[in-house]
Design a protein around this ligand. Structure first.
Ligand code: F6R
Length: 604
């Protein structure tokens, strides 16, 4: 969601900014822009609606300089338009600003301080830049002081870069809630919301904490709190390799990431299990978890669906009760907690604002927290007591695939480790190494059958604008995820539901030829789900059955190797991904960057 890149001190600023924006495309955006200053009195502002390719073609060869800021915008306040795209600028055109986040009190600030100012956009961001200009131009504050004063008035989230045209050797930056990093390069410095944007320039990054400001020049960084207290901090190393961020020979990132899943399973096995198959988890984490009388999983979207699977794994192998919450709900409706709660957050990006607000409140209450994430240096990872990596490698396609299965595999490792620590026979006797190996092999067979999945998607989902996914127990959890996968990239209206709920309402929607994808991998409920299949067949639905070996019947279209039931989503999840992928491709849509969606959702 929104991306920021800034550079100072480089000769190739325009190229750095455009390349950086291209690398942030995956986060989701609808317009983009940049501001460049050559420090000899020339500056340039270019903004366009649509893809970075459009911005690139609007940037003339003359647009060169040694200071620049750039932005991809995902509209929150005001429609996607050139006027609303960033950089936003003051009426005097002295100040230029790019911003990620939301200024909650922008209307009040406008009324109180800027009643006479003419606004060129509908954005909350313009209020920031106009206020800074007002404090400099009318109250004679320095730019730094004006920025401090403005941010002290603000209620909201921000990661921002400000340029003062009269000081073209400085970038002023600030952060609250939204991520921002300063990259320390050899020739100059960069500022970015995601190290992917600038990984070829440096692997050394200074993190800004909430409510901090910095003045960044080509060879210096001055770090301050919002109140002006000087801060010092050591850089951290963030390495991203070319191979991880390029599509290679794949037509899309999503297909590459679906294909990477067997390797991710093997990597998780290597990282978290000894040669003898015993889990290796920080003993302090296990001790803290063992003291809990209830685990609270909190997450959003696909990570929420992986948390539902986590509940089943933890309750089975650790005997500790688990509650699962949607982050955006949990934060505003805290349940009555157990006596010794332990919070587990699942987040691919480690930046999701909805999850972070729950983490912050859990910390305020002094409760222990763990984050399971794919981004080691992300905000959530830094702010929790413990964190575990997914080792899935960067996930670029907006729709989460390999992070979902990696989350389930890491949950399984932790459930096994905790159950073994608690000396529970079910966990001690469970060979997770074998299960992850079987899962990797099963995934390989699935992804090798691309033509088969393309044909199934065409036959079952080709013509319909509706699709239903059903299952019971763990298969219900996967139904929710498979339905989300299809709807978010193909725009087909989908529902995932508990098969038993069918006759309590949803069956009214079943009509001739509507696709119903059914997961049947739990022997104890297979008979009932088969009954539901008959009910929809009788009403003309086209049914695709994905069953496990133990539950298979003669006409099932897909039969999967049998894993521990709670791990079947490692395979059924991939089936859902492949169906969604091909159904979307066949509709001629952009698989990697679906409309309206952002990869990293940094606003609540
Ligand atoms: C769907 C998807 C989203 C994310 C959700 C949470 O494919 O990717 O539903 O799962 O926005 O994001 P993270 O996992 O980064 O917290």
């Amino acid at each position: 969601m929104c991306g920021i890149v800034g550079a100072i001190g480089y000769e190739t600023t325009t190229e750095i900014l455009l390349k950086g924006l291209e690398r942030l495309e995956y986060r989701g955006y609808d317009s983009a822009g940049l501001y460049i200053n050559d420090q000899t009195g020339h500056d340039y502002l270019v903004k366009t609606v649509g893809k970075i390719a459009t911005l690139k073609s609007a940037v003339k060869p003359t647009v060169q300089g040694s200071l620049g800021i750039a932005h991809t915008r995902w509209a929150t306040h005001g429609q996607p338009s050139e006027a609303n795209a960033h950089p936003q600028f003051s009426t005097s055109q002295r100040f230029y600003l790019v911003h990620n986040g939301v200024i909650n009190n922008f209307t009040a600030l406008k009324q109180q301080y800027l009643a006479d100012t003419h606004f060129a956009s509908q954005t909350d961001t313009e209020v920031l830049v106009q206020l800074i200009a007002k404090f400099v131009e009318q109250e004679q504050l320095t730019t730094l002081a004006a920025l401090q004063k403005t941010l002290q008035l603000v209620n909201g989230s921000y990661a921002l870069i400000l340029v003062d045209r009269d000081q073209p050797d400085q970038l002023y930056i600030a952060k609250n809630k939204s991520p921002l990093l300063i990259g320390l390069g050899e020739q100059g410095n960069v500022v970015t919301s995601d190290a992917l944007a600038t990984y070829d320039l440096t692997d050394q990054y200074l993190e800004l904490h909430d409510q901090e400001i910095a003045a960044v020049s080509a060879d210096q960084v001055q770090l301050l709190t919002l109140q002006g207290a000087s801060q010092t901090r050591q850089p951290i190393t963030i390495t991203v390799t070319d191979g991880e961020v390029s599509k290679g020979t794949y037509p899309t990132y999503m297909l590459k990431e679906i294909d990477e899943q067997p390797a991710v399973m093997r990597r998780i096995s290597q990282k978290y299990l000894t040669a003898a198959g015993e889990p290796q988890i920080d003993p302090n984490l296990l001790t803290a978890l063992a003291q809990a009388d209830r685990l609270y999983f909190v997450a959003a979207g696909t990570s929420y669906h992986a948390s539902l699977v986590g509940k089943r794994l933890f309750e089975k192998f650790t005997q500790i009760p688990v509650e699962v919450g949607v982050a955006s709900e949990f934060g505003y409706h805290w349940p009555i907690l157990a006596q010794h709660p332990f919070f587990i957050f699942l987040s691919q990006s480690g930046e999701t604002a909805d999850s972070r607000q729950v983490l912050i409140e859990a910390k305020r209450r002094g409760l222990p927290t763990l984050v399971i994430t794919n981004v080691t240096n992300s905000t959530l990872a830094r702010e929790s007591d413990f964190h575990l990596d997914l080792y899935a490698g960067p996930e670029i396609a907006v729709a989460s695939t390999k992070a979902y299965t990696a989350q389930i595999a890491v949950e399984a490792v932790l459930a096994k480790a905790l159950g073994t620590y608690l000396k529970l026979p079910a966990a001690e006797e469970w060979s997770l190494q074998t299960q992850l190996g079987l899962a990797a092999n099963g995934m390989e067979t699935l992804v090798d059958n691309k033509q088969g999945w393309s044909d199934l998607a065409n036959n079952f989902l080709g013509a319909s604008q509706d699709a239903f996914y059903l299952g019971r127990g763990i298969d219900y959890d996967v139904s929710l995820e498979a339905a989300l996968k299809l709807k978010e990239i193909s725009y087909v209206h989908t529902e995932g539901f508990a098969a038993g709920e069918l006759k309590h309402g949803t069956i009214a929607l079943i009509e001739e030829n509507v696709p119903v994808i059914t997961f049947i991998t739990e022997a104890s409920t297979a008979g009932h789900t088969r009954g539901n299949v008959q009910e929809v067949l009788a009403r003309g639905a086209q049914v695709l059955v994905i069953a496990s070996e133990d539950c298979q019947q003669a006409d099932d279209q897909i039969v999967l190797p049998q894993l521990t039931p709670e791990l079947m989503p490692l395979l059924t999840g991939v089936c859902g991904q492949l169906l969604a992928y091909y159904a979307t491709l066949q509709r001629g849509l952009n698989v990697d960057q679906p409309r309206n969606l952002a990869k990293s959702v940094t606003v609540e």
